[in-house]
Ligand binder design. Structure first.
Ligand code: C5P
Length: 397
């Protein structure tokens, strides 16, 4: 079930830490490898020796252990795993994660990782229900952290309610679900997303209203089907999903360079709202008004069309998908765009001001393929992403 998979298991300091030892056994029995990391508080409940013996791996404990840094730095340790699991995730560890602390090995690994993180919370019922913990939970949810449990039941402290850590077999099934091979396993998909910023001078730029929500949802949906996703994103309002390779860029030219570097790919989806023009005479230092009433004249140059460039390139992915944000005659314009840009599919949407689509949570799209136009009902951007990811998986199979 977990053959070849490597789990970085962060054990927090709570009475449920003893269950983490059983989790190590269960992951290994399922074919996976476990690299345990103990917080200082965890060592009050379980010993490094027992974790190490059960995992048959070295246990990591201290950020400043120079031997470890020589062998494997904390950055590498955080990335060498397929999944990071925190069990038990104490209220304190959750607070650190939600607030971006990095003051010990466990919290630093959680900040440095580029992999998905699954937490199995365990704490007293009042601590679980405390507004601070619930606030942190909401933040972690927004940050794409996965959750196993907690369960309701009698607690070690004698109280009853939610807060008990899930049993190891339950956590194991969550791990298996995240790492399960999907229809896009072994495939590499490139996604561009967000707006681009084209500088006018060092402090000003030209931008657009794209939030990056559709691109981020799409990257997450492709990841969930097992794809290795390269996510090339402009300065977006929506955070990049976890578990994808993120390449942040600002300008269209930088986006094209990042896309070229990320190729080859099996499929590429160009969801970015790339600025059509850049300021050719962008100033090297901040432009100042001189009191004469004369405004500076900006000269524009056309940006490279990334989608068209890649669709016509030698290294063209098997499937190239573009987006077309239109305000009128959507199908007609999008069909023409598919021809002109040489891509396989166009996902067209009506972004007229009344639709609330640009920057909103919903999308109403029409998929244009070589077979014609398919009108999809209006739905959440997440649902559009899932449907499109499924279609991409079918096209690549
Ligand atoms: O021509 P238009 O901007 O409407 O085309 C939209 C599609 O082309 C989107 O998929 C967008 O990501 C892509 N595009 C691009 N590079 C540009 C302009 C648009 O990749 N310079």
């Amino acid at each position: 079930m977990l053959a070849g998979k490597r789990i970085l298991l962060i054990i927090g300091g709570g009475i449920a830490a003893y269950k983490a030892l059983d989790l190590i056994r269960q992951i290994r029995r399922a074919g996976g490898t476990v690299v345990p990391v103990l917080t200082h508080a965890a060592e009050e409940f379980v010993t490094p020796l027992s974790a190490s013996a059960l995992a048959a791996e070295k246990v990591y404990r201290d950020l400043f252990d120079l031997t470890d840094e020589a062998e494997m730095g904390h950055i590498e340790l955080s990335r060498s795993a397929d999944l990071v699991v925190v069990a038990p995730a104490t209220a304190d560890l959750m607070a650190k994660m939600a607030n971006g602390h990095a003051n010990d090995l466990a919290s630093t690994l959680l900040m440095a990782t580029d992999k998905r993180v699954l937490i199995a919370p365990a704490m007293n019922v009042r601590m679980w229900q405390h507004p601070a913990t619930q606030r942190n939970l909401a933040t972690l949810h927004k940050d794409d952290v996965l959750l196993a449990g907690p369960e309701e039941g009698e607690m070690a402290c004698g109280e009853y309610g939610p807060g008990r850590m899930s049993e190891p077999d339950e956590i194991l099934s969550h791990i298996a679900a995240v790492l399960r091979d999907g229809p896009l396993s072994g495939k590499h998909v490139l996604v561009t997303s967000g707006p681009t910023h084209e500088p006018i001078d060092p402090v000003r730029y030209i931008a657009n209203r794209s939030s990056g929500a559709q691109g981020a949802a799409l990257a997450a949906a492709l990841r969930d089907l097992g794809a290795k996703v390269s996510f090339v994103t402009g300065p977006a309002a929506v955070a990049a999903p976890s578990g994808v390779d993120v390449y942040p860029v600002e300008t269209a030219k930088e986006m094209l360079a990042a896309v070229r570097k990320a190729l080859p790919a099996d499929a590429a989806v160009f969801a970015a709202a790339v600025a059509d023009w850049r300021v050719e005479n962008a100033a090297k230092s901040k432009m100042k008004k001189d009191g004469s009433g004369n405004a500076p004249a900006l000269e524009f140059a056309e940006n490279p069309d990334i989608l068209a460039t890649i669709a016509k390139a030698k290294k063209k992915p098997k499937l190239v998908v573009g987006f077309a944000a239109e305000t009128d005659d959507v199908i007609e314009h999008a069909t023409a765009k598919r021809q002109r840009k040489g891509c396989d599919w166009i996902v067209a949407n009506d972004v007229s001001p009344g639709t609330g689509i640009m920057g909103g949570t919903e999308n109403a799209v029409t998929l244009i393929t070589e077979h014609g136009a398919e009108v999809w009902p209006r739905m959440g951007k997440d649902a559009v992403a899932e449907k499109l990811a499924t279609r991409i998986a079918e096209a690549l199979s």
